[in-house]
Design a protein around this ligand. Structure first.
Ligand code: NA7
Length: 582
């Protein structure tokens, strides 16, 4: 109960909104609310803005969506004055962009840095959030907006004997600001996810020797990075509004030339030509090659084999190429990586691949890492071991809603939300790109813009009508969770042990967290919900309930489903209990 909460008894006037996090989401949220005359502040754990791009400074860190699309579109002045240097901007440039946004809109005067929120308790009587930071500061706000990022809390992975190791240990997600020079060193790296795949080629080019400890290989496509071709820039610059609108009106929030054709209906020569063309283009374009690869295992196998062939082309030792080829998950069911020279790095004489499946990691020694087969000596070790994705930054806050209910308890079987935006029993709490929203399956900037604008409209509507609180109904939350499951179940996505499923964190409930129905569909649903006077939400003025529509009745626009895929879809939905058996 709020009455017994340690966070009551504060007498300061509540501000309209407290935003947690000064990454792209928190910055735009602040700018937007300020423009609407709402008194808003941000607290940020780091000493600067940028979120992901503030923390992840490992060598080779860069965005994997093209920069022309991975940048804000909400302000034409900002858009026209910034010119990206490369197709896929490197982290330092992304951080400069974040700084530029903060300066241009004078955001820092309302951001408190080096401050992490420890607790936030809803006060049932006063209808405000009482917030406490790890630094001991107390704040009150009507609305609490978590812009805490989907990949911001590293997993707690540790290894026996790690404290005895005498060399340096670096985490990709907490890289020293001054950088690291590995020249002349023997280096080990644990992990082969995106962070490792981006950093391995650079570390290998500096170090005397690099040992890569791989448990599970990932699929990676070449970025073919370089300056933005003039033709691409001109196509974008001709009408950036139209370009952005087209990006947002896609499943992934970026342009991918999605093809309606089915691989299983296409002649082998034509498949090869299409996949080659997309591979040469680079990045995620291959994901849109055929409409059935995300659903039909047969179609997916065609792409798997194509990519395996590409790995063999790049890696001269066939045994190493084989080890680098994923075999445990369909293509695209874990976030594919986008690299610059990753596979070719294994042709270097100073790079060695250790297969932890055959030679498990025993632990650290004072001099390095021991596997069941050998002791490896290192001057430095890099941990590229991933994140407690989507929920980690939220459930680490002592967050308590109505009646003192803790978010951890509410999410004991996986994160339940309504639209990925709000949680039943947690009034006036918003999550930007939260679980249950398209978020990590999309271009994050476009998802952020859509969420920020929806939340801002909602707060304006509440204020105009002197409404004090909005809360997702339990019924709407349950209906949304079911819809999230319906959206992903027909696909192959749940078949991988991915961080999308919470599979990389021991003990984390297995549940596919992001909404797989597409950013375009999702935006349409959110707009319908708002247009129906926030259906599925309970709106109050003080204790008085003003609107209580409870049910979520909005429906996603129905796209055409190729007839050939229907039996697979029906079978999976039926097996999951999401469709009655005939
Ligand atoms: P990822 O993609 O979660 O990769 C983490 C890697 O670390 C992965 O290869 C893991 O192997 C490996 N790992 C984790 N724990 C261990 C232990 N205990 N022993 C050995 N290997 C381990 O994180 P990233 O930071 O690379 O990328 C995250 C996202 O950021 C990425 O998807 C992009 O969206 C940007 P495993 O697969 O579990 O066998």
């Amino acid at each position: 109960m709020a009455a017994s909460s340690a966070l009551t008894g504060q007498d300061s006037q509540p501000i309209d909104a407290l935003i947690v996090g000064a990454g792209f989401a928190g910055m735009y949220m602040l700018h937007k609310l300020r423009g609407l005359g709402l008194n808003s502040k941000v607290v940020e754990a780091g000493s600067g803005v940028g979120g992901t791009w503030y923390w992840n400074r490992y060598p080779g860190a860069r965005v994997d969506i093209q920069s022309l699309e991975y940048s804000f579109g909400f302000d034409e002045g900002l858009e026209s004055e910034w010119r990206w240097s490369e197709r896929y901007a490197p982290q330092p440039e992304l951080l400069r962009y974040a700084e530029h946004v903060a300066d241009r809109f004078d955001l820092k005067r309302d951001i408190t840095f080096n401050t992490r929120v420890a607790a936030a308790h809803w006060d049932d009587a006063a209808h405000v959030w009482n917030v406490k930071t790890e630094q001991g500061e107390a704040m009150r706000c009507r609305h609490l907006i978590l812009a805490t990022g989907c990949l911001s809390i590293p997993t707690d992975v540790t290894f026996p004997g790690i404290d005895t190791y005498k060399g340096d240990i670096y985490r990709t997600s907490r890289w020293p600001h001054e950088g690291v020079d590995f020249s002349g060193m023997r280096v080990g790296i644990i992990g082969t996810g995106s962070s490792a795949i981006q950093s391995i080629p650079i570390i290998a080019s500096q170090a005397d020797h690099l040992t890569v400890f791989q448990r599970t290989p990932n699929y990676s496509m070449p970025a073919h990075n370089g300056p933005i071709p003039d033709a691409d820039f001109e196509a974008w610059a001709k009408d950036p509004r139209a370009y952005r609108a087209a990006s947002k009106d896609t499943v992934g929030g970026f342009q991918n030339e999605a093809n309606d054709a089915l691989a299983t209906d296409t002649a082998p020569d034509a498949i090869k030509a299409e996949l080659e063309r997309r591979w040469a283009w680079g990045g995620f374009r291959i994901l849109g090659a055929f409409a059935d690869t995300s659903i039909d295992p047969e179609a997916n196998r065609i792409v798997q084999e194509f990519v395996a062939g590409k790995i063999r082309e790049q890696v001269s030792d066939p045994a190493v190429a084989d080890l680098l080829t994923p075999k445990d998950h369909p293509f695209g069911t874990k976030r594919p990586c986008v690299d610059t020279g990753y596979y070719a790095t294994f042709n270097r004489p100073n790079v060695e691949l250790v297969n932890l499946r055959a030679e498990p990691l025993v632990g650290f020694t004072p001099d390095g890492i021991e596997t069941s087969a050998k002791k490896h000596e290192f001057d430095a070790v890099v941990l590229a071991t991933g994140f407690d994705a989507m929920t980690g930054a939220i459930d680490r806050i002592d967050l308590r809603g109505v009646g003192g209910r803790r978010i951890k308890d509410h999410w004991a079987e996986g994160p339940r939300t309504y639209l990925g935006l709000m949680v039943a029993g947690f009034p006036n709490l918003f999550t930007i790109t939260g679980p249950g929203s398209p978020s990590v399956l999309t271009n994050m900037i476009n998802s952020i813009e859509q969420h920020v604008e929806w939340v801002a409209d909602c707060l304006v509507s509440l204020k105009q009508r002197q409404q004090t609180s909005i809360e997702a109904s339990a019924e709407a939350e349950a209906a949304w969770c079911r819809h999230v499951a319906e959206a992903v179940t027909p696909s192959l996505l749940p078949q991988a042990n991915s961080w999308y499923m919470g599979a990389n964190v021991p003990g984390k409930p297995r549940m596919f967290m992001p909404y797989a129905g597409g950013l375009n569909t999702y935006t349409e649903i959110c707009n319908q919900v708002a247009a129906k006077d926030y259906e599925g939400f309970i709106i109050r003025q003080g204790d008085r309930v003003l609107s209580d529509s409870r049910q979520f009745t909005s429906h996603p626009p129905q796209g055409e489903i190729p007839e050939k895929l229907l039996p697979i879809i029906v079978e999976r939905l039926t097996a999951a209990g999401l469709m009655p058996a005939e």
